[in-house]
Design a binder for this molecule. Structure first.
Ligand SMILES: [Zn+2]
Length: 78
C-alpha cells in the first residue's frame, strides 16, 4: 500500500485492542483515531458489543447456527 490508511490500520489492531494486547502508545493512537473517525467508532462499538454478547452467550448454551451466523459477521483480519 502506497499511502497509510488509518482506518485499515485501525481495523487491524481492533482485535488486539479489545484483547488489550497493544502497547500503551498503540492503544493511545487507536483510541485517538476511534475518537475522531465515525466509521471506526461504529466498528469498535459493534465489535466490543459483539464480544460482550458472545461472552454472555458462552455462559448459556448457544445454538450452533447462531454461533455460525455471528462468526460470519466478524470482520476478517486480512
Ligand atoms: Zn477510521
Amino acid at each position: 500500500m502506497a499511502t497509510f490508511d488509518p482506518c485499515a490500520w485501525c481495523e487491524e489492531i481492533l482485535q488486539p485492542y479489545l484483547d488489550r494486547h497493544l502497547t500503551e502508545r498503540e492503544r493511545a493512537e487507536a483510541q485517538s483515531h476511534i475518537d475522531q473517525c465515525g466509521y471506526c467508532a461504529k466498528r469498535y462499538r459493534f465489535e466490543s458489543g459483539l464480544r460482550q454478547f458472545v461472552r454472555q452467550a458462552a455462559i448459556e448454551e448457544m445454538d450452533p447456527a447462531l454461533k455460525e451466523r455471528l462468526a460470519a459477521l466478524r470482520t476478517p483480519l486480512l
